[in-house]
Design a protein around this ligand. Structure first.
Ligand SMILES: [Zn+2]
Length: 259
């Protein structure tokens, strides 16, 4: 094929991809279930849910859930959002392998918050599981958990030690790699932060039981550290997603498609 023809074809493809309407840009998002089997959150986690609501939502056996990690390919960078729990039966690395990625392919990791089911997969035997990755952690969250050496959880210490200078503590005003935008969604933890990419919203732990909390955001899972703030954030983020037509992906959502 002549060079001009190739160029013409490339231009045409460019026009097609930019006009196609479908998300044909270079962003691909994979939702990876870290848990080996389908999971439910026990109903008791959500406090006193009225019996009629339990029946109408069909959640008597628990609320469908997961432990998930998102892997995004964008602008030639492979990015993770959180890293799962790192348990022995964690499926993150095998499932990444099925998608054609190894741990050393990951360039950037964005952390929503510092609970163990989100950072447990970052470190093994004192070593970074993702040796090439820069680890982006919101400053409000990191500061809250590291007020003093005595109060800093061991897994947070291990993470800081393993990633060293590759750990980047950022503020919400800082530009992040590949145009990812952090948004404060405090309450679940002091600095719980979610991420927006185009029309996708990685919402972290804004909900632990979608079937219940989508309709009734006033219910908190026991893990929400500041319940009032968590409810306000949940409502605000869902409102934003609705208004702007964004698809939400959560670390405890039961689907891989987002909602
Ligand atoms: Zn969680």
């Amino acid at each position: 094929m002549k060079k001009t023809m190739i160029l013409g074809l490339a231009t045409l493809l460019g026009v097609l991809t930019s006009c196609g309407g479908k998300a044909t840009s270079e962003t691909t998002l994979h939702v990876i279930f870290d848990n080996p089997a389908p999971r439910t959150m026990p109903l008791a986690l959500f406090g006193d849910v009225p019996a009629e609501l339990v029946t109408s939502l069909n959640i008597a056996e628990g609320v469908p859930s997961s432990v998930s990690v998102m892997l995004m390919e964008k602008d030639g960078q492979q990015c993770l959002f959180d890293a799962g729990n790192g348990n022995n039966d964690s499926r993150l690395l095998p499932r990444m392998g099925e998608l054609g990625f190894s741990a050393s392919d990951i360039d950037v990791i964005f952390i929503t918050h510092l609970h163990g089911d989100h950072i447990g997969g970052l470190v093994k035997d004192g070593q970074p599981v993702f040796p090439q990755a820069k680890l982006y952690i919101p400053s409000v969250e990191l500061d809250a958990w590291t007020k003093s050496p005595e109060s800093t959880p061991q897994n947070v210490k291990d993470m800081m030690e393993a990633y060293g200078e590759k750990l980047v503590k950022y503020t919400l005003e800082d530009p992040l790699p590949v145009g990812v935008k952090p948004i404060a969604a405090y309450g679940h933890t002091p600095g719980h932060t979610i991420y927006r990419i185009d029309n996708k919203l990685i919402v972290g732990d804004i909900m632990h039981g979608v079937a219940l909390q989508m309709e009734h955001p006033e219910f908190c899972a026991r893990f929400d550290m500041d319940k009032e703030q968590a409810i306000a954030s949940r409502k605000a983020i869902m409102e934003m997603a609705k208004k702007e037509g964004l698809t939400m992906y959560g670390m405890h959502f039961p689907t891989e498609e987002g909602i």
